[in-house]
Write a protein that binds this ligand. Structure first.
Ligand code: AMP
Length: 248
């Protein structure tokens, strides 16, 4: 299974030509990850995808990829979306949903999927529910990572992202072997614009207001699994695998 194909089908909205050659032996997992920014969701997504063979579908990554496009290639809605993102605010639901609908083939992937950063609002969750029902797909679980706010702030300030493959490192808890260089692809590590302190503050407030209600939304549907997000990425990952095993 080629990870780069997953990335381009999702990131650029192309027709996927990345059908997994071998399906995950345990069957496809269809999961949503929830958690405030900085809770370590991106790292868990990476580890889970490697283990479960699912595609990592992050809406934030689609917007960041769009930032690198020639401005003339961006639609007006996408240009506006990037302004929201730069300020740490949520992109309007219609723009995000249009983007996800264009990529619905990735949700149908026989390898399953792991949605990260979507849905972000109850309106998005409602829309996703209709999309999945239309495709006759069922979610397995919604993993909600929980961590106190002071620990979240410490994590965000040290986070570094690879400009090439988007791998995530942390200067203190997950440092690259060589400073500022990605272990996986040799790309340059940088601090995301939306990890700057001003944007972080807005993102935390936005999360509380718009995204926290999703926890209740999925609890009512008996899909929610809460996972304490303290400890090392590996410890959190083992915790995640244990709770997932109880669902199969
Ligand atoms: P993330 O990488 O998921 O933290 O997303 C980075 C930024 O992209 C967010 O702060 C939002 O501005 C925007 N974004 C990503 N996904 C969504 C979404 N589902 N709804 C609204 N805005 C989003």
């Amino acid at each position: 299974m080629s990870t780069s194909h997953h990335r381009s089908a999702w990131l650029k909205g192309q027709d996927p030509n990345c059908c997994p050659s071998s399906l995950p032996p345990q069957g496809p997992y269809r999961l949503i990850l929830l958690g405030a920014p900085g809770v370590g969701k991106g790292t868990q997504a990476e580890l889970l995808c490697q283990r479960l063979g699912t595609c990592h579908l992050s809406t934030g990554d689609v917007f960041r990829a769009a930032k690198n496009l020639d401005p003339a290639q961006r639609s007006p809605a996408l240009t506006a979306a990037l302004d929201f993102m730069r300020r740490g605010e949520l992109v309007p639901d219609e723009t995000v949903l249009a983007m996800v609908r264009e990529r619905v083939a990735c949700l149908r992937c026989p390898g399953g999927f792991l949605l990260d950063g979507f849905p972000r609002t109850v309106a998005q969750a409602d829309a996703l529910e209709s999309i999945l029902a239309g495709e006759q797909l069922k979610l397995d679980a919604v993993l909600s990572y929980d961590l106190p706010i002071d620990q979240i702030v410490a994590r965000l300030s040290g986070r570094r992202t690879c400009a090439g493959c988007k791998a995530v490192f942390h200067v203190a808890t997950r440092p690259p072997k060589t400073e500022s260089v990605c272990d996986h692809c040799g790309g340059k590590l940088y601090q995301r614009e939306d990890d700057r302190p001003e944007a972080v503050r807005v993102r935390m407030e936005t999360y509380e207001k718009s995204t926290a209600p999703l926890v209740e939304f999925y609890r009512h549907r008996d899909l929610l699994i809460s996972i304490p997000a303290h400890g090392t990425p590996e410890e959190i990952f083992q915790r995640t695998l244990q709770v997932l095993a109880t669902r199969r």
